[in-house]
Design a protein around this ligand. Sequence first.
Ligand code: 13P
Length: 338
Amino acid sequence: MFDIQMETTARALVAGGKGLLAADESTGTIEKRFKSVGAACTEENRRAYRELLFTTAGLDEFISGVILYDETIRQKAADGTPLVEVLHRQGIIPGIKVDKGAKALAGFVSEKITEGLDGLDERLTHYRELGARFTKWRAIITIAANIPTDACLRANAHGLARFAALSQEAGLVPIVEPEVLMDGDHDIARHDEVTQRALRIVFDALAEHRVRLEAMLLKPNMVLSGKECPQQASVAEAAEATLHCMKRTVPAAVPGLVFLSGGQSDVRATEHLNAMHSVRAAPWELSFSFGRALQAPALQAWSGLLANVATAQQKLLHRAKCNSAARFGKYSSAMEGV
Ligand code: 13P
C-alpha cells in the first residue's frame, strides 16, 4: 500500500541538485569525531551539534534528506522543537540508520557482519511514527589477501536484503549500503573487482527477497585506489571506473545512487562526483550521501563552542553547495576560493 509513496520519496531524495547529509554517527563514532576537534562527547553537545547542522539556513536548496541516529531522532532543539520537526520545516526528509553496527564474523579472520535484524520490524514501525521516511543499513567489506570471502559477501547481502524488505513493508525507503572500504594498499582494479562482486551478490539477494528496486536507493562506495596504494588513480580514472562498475552491476530500475565519501577528503569526494557527471549519461540519478565529506569543515569550525555556530553553518552550506554543483558537472576548484 506504500508503494507509490515510497517511490515518490525515493525520487525526492535524489531530486536534481540535491543529496543526503549522513549525520547518523553512532555515539562511539561521533565521540571519535568530537575528540579530533577537542569537543566533549556529552549528550548535550551531540544534540547542539546536530541542531547546528539541521538549522543551517538555506540547507534545503542542496540537501533533500538527513540520516539520523537513534538518539538524534528523539532529541529536541534548544527551543523545544523536535529535531525531526526542524527538518520537516526546512523541507528536508528525515531518515534513520537502523543497523546495530558491524561485528566480527564468526569463523573468519578480519571480516565483519552487520547486525540488527532482531526486532527490526517493531523498531521500523516506531521510527515511522517518529517521522522517519527512509532507512539505512551499512555492510562493511574489507579488502586484504584472500578476503572478502564469498561467505562474508553472502551473509552481508542477506542482512541488507532482509533489512530492505522489512523497511519497504513498513513504508520506509531502504538505503542499501554495501561499503567496500578503501583501506589497504590494493590498486583500483582490485577495488573495482571486489565492488562488482559485492554488488552482484547484493542485487541477487534483493531480488530473492522481493525488494522493489524502484522504491530503494543504493549507497555505494566510489571505485578508488586503496589509501596506501602507491599508484593513485586520477579523478577522471576513478570516475570512469566507478561508472563502469555501477553500469555492470546496478539495475536501471533503481532510481538513484547516493555515494558515501568513505574517508576521502571533502574536496576530493566532490571532484569525483563532479567528474562522474562529466563522463556520460547514466541510467540512475548520481548523487551523494556524505558524512565526513559534508561535515568535516563544519565540525572543525565548531569545535564544541557556541560562538562558532554561524561559521560552522557557513562551512556546511558551502560543502552542500559544492556537491550540488557537482551533480550538474558544474563544480570547479574556483568555488573553493570563497
Ligand atoms: P562517509 O561519507 O563519512 O563515509 O559516511 C557515510 C555513511 O553514512 C557511512 O555509513
